[in-house]
Design a protein around this ligand. Structure first.
Ligand SMILES: Cc1cc2nc3c(=O)[nH]c(=O)nc-3n(C[C@H](O)[C@H](O)[C@H](O)COP(=O)(O)OP(=O)(O)OC[C@H]3O[C@@H](n4cnc5c(N)ncnc54)[C@H](O)[C@@H]3O)c2cc1C
Ligand code: SF4
Length: 442
């Protein structure tokens, strides 16, 4: 099997029989806790009930009306921490597989060409959206449903944000993304790709350029680094460089750098899991996941952790990387680690890792990938200079509306919350769209 094949497509989802069998297990709770567990109000209790009574189109309508990225969320939501965590069936056995049912319904809508929305009568007020990730797409769709002409300005050549250039293709493939975006194009949203908003034409200039409101959702595209001034080390990548490279036509060149080599990935979240799994698929000899806390403290989902362990990834837990080992040509040779023990609780509610004295050692590695977080791009505030910021260059908004400190400018998604989830960005887009409509009607 070629590398391209190993990365090409997602695992198959439920078929109709499996989806109905799963919906038949639903306890039809009155005040359904699963719906309360969904950050985007997708209302799983309602679509599962409809499917259970064989109202398939009604179920699809519920999802799409509440969540234009219902398919993406069905695939990518960490459901065990959200809707399924609240499912009453958990007390009896397994929770209902809400995400899988949701994905099936959206795929079924596509296969049967069932369209939920008709084009609305056009309204005169134009809105600009900056960024075509889940936040921007959700806001644009909500506005377009009501006839507002929306233009999305996207810096990269193709739309989708992290869905296109972050999440690995074996978890979320191009065909699935294309179908999800097609629904939004069909609402009349205009996509201007390779069109960054920058210092020359900032967000505030858009307001004077025919747009009555602007929604900012540029996400977080700079990588948090373990050490400053390490950019010139050959064989050291940030997760942003690595994952974007894999999805941007550089699969073969990464395969050549990784095949038969030892790869170390620093981090314990879902992004680190995408990095270790893809390195294994690229034929690495050994893949180490280096994490400074313990197994149960890892932010990655239990299923992802188990998949990685079963895939032969070596978990190096309770080890803190402190430096890189390089040769005279600045090629990476390994990682200097210090062993840790768990100390007192920290702000995250977990026991903090404490370095153990004199326990440094070196892990040999040919490739190191840092997956320790993303942050706002350093130049971002330059293109919205009057928008008030909070810590880490994130944008300050009113959470009930997404309003920023500049009249007519709204914001949402990761640039407001910090690293979060697709479903959170979808909700921010909905909240801001509602507030933008109210603002335009003033
Ligand atoms: C590798 C990775 C894997 C993830 N996996 C999951 C997962 O499995 N499940 C989950 O729920 N969440 C996951 N997340 C988190 C989730 O993807 C984000 O929370 C979500 O994408 C945030 O959406 P957003 O719209 O705020 O920003 P983004 O998705 O980051 O999109 C922002 C868009 O704005 C564009 N942009 C930036 N600056 C400009 C500019 N100046 N002008 C024009 N356009 C600009 C960018 O090119 C990008 O397309 C993952 C994140 C990463 C990094
Ligand atoms: S959008 Fe995500 S969290 Fe909400 S019901 Fe669907 S799978 Fe669950």
């Amino acid at each position: 099997m070629s590398y391209a094949d190993k990365f090409e497509s997602m695992k198959k989802g439920f078929d109709m029989g499996q989806a109905i069998a799963e919906a038949d297990r639903c306890l039809l709770c009155h005040d359904a806790p699963c719906s309360k567990g969904c950050p985007a109000d997708t209302d799983p209790a309602s679509f599962i009930r409809k499917l259970r009574f064989r109202n398939v189109t009604g179920a699809i309508r519920t999802i799409k009306t509440n969540n234009i990225l219902g398919g993406a969320c069905g695939v990518l939501c960490p459901t065990a921490e959200l809707c399924e965590k609240e499912c009453s069936a958990t007390g009896i056995g397994q929770p209902i597989a809400i995400g899988k049912i949701q994905r099936f319904l959206i795929e079924h809508a596509r296969e049967t060409d069932f369209k939920v929305f008709a084009k609305a009568d056009p309204r005169p007020e134009k809105v600009a959206v900056v960024g075509s990730g889940p936040g921007g797409l959700s806001c644009a769709a909500e506005l377009a449903k009501d006839g507002y002409p929306v233009t999305i300005f996207e810096a990269r050549p193709e739309p989708g944000g992290v869905l296109r250039y972050g999440v690995v293709s074996f978890r979320f493939d191009l065909d699935f993304l294309a179908a999800e975006i097609e629904d939004i194009r069909n609402l009349g949203v205009d996509f201007k790709c390779s069109s960054p908003i920058d210092g020359h034409k900032g967000a505030e200039d858009l307001l004077g350029d025919g747009y009555q409101a602007v929604f900012l959702a540029p996400g977080l595209w700079d990588a948090v680094q373990l050490k400053a001034a390490a950019e010139d080390i050959k064989g050291l990548y940030s997760s942003v460089q690595y994952l974007e490279g894999l999805r941007d036509g550089n699969l073969q060149s990464f395969a050549e750098r990784i095949e038969d080599k030892t790869v170390a990935v620093i981090g314990g979240g879902s992004v680190a899991m995408d990095c270790v799994e893809s390195a294994a698929r690229l034929g690495a000899k050994d893949v180490y996941l280096v994490y400074r806390r313990s197994y149960t403290q890892m932010p990655a989902e239990a299923e992802e952790r188990i998949d990685a362990l079963q895939g032969g990834i070596h978990f190096l837990l309770l080890n803190q990387p402190v430096d890189y080992v390089v040769d005279e040509n600045r090629c990476i040779k390994g990682l200097k680690l210090v062993r840790t023990a768990l100390g007192d609780m920290d702000d995250s509610g977990r026991r903090s890792p404490v370095n153990i004295e004199d326990s440094e050692w070196i892990l040999g590695a040919d490739v190191v990938i840092e997956a320790i977080g993303n942050k706002a791009e350093d130049q971002s505030p330059g293109w919205y200079p009057h928008v008030k910021l909070k810590e880490k260059n994130l944008i300050q908004t009113d959470p009930a509306t997404g309003k920023t400190s500049v009249d007519g400018i709204f914001a949402g998604g990761d640039i407001v919350r910090g690293p979060a989830l697709v479903v959170n960005a979808v909700q921010d887009g909905k909240v801001a769209a509602r507030a933008i409509k109210a603002y335009l009607k003033q």
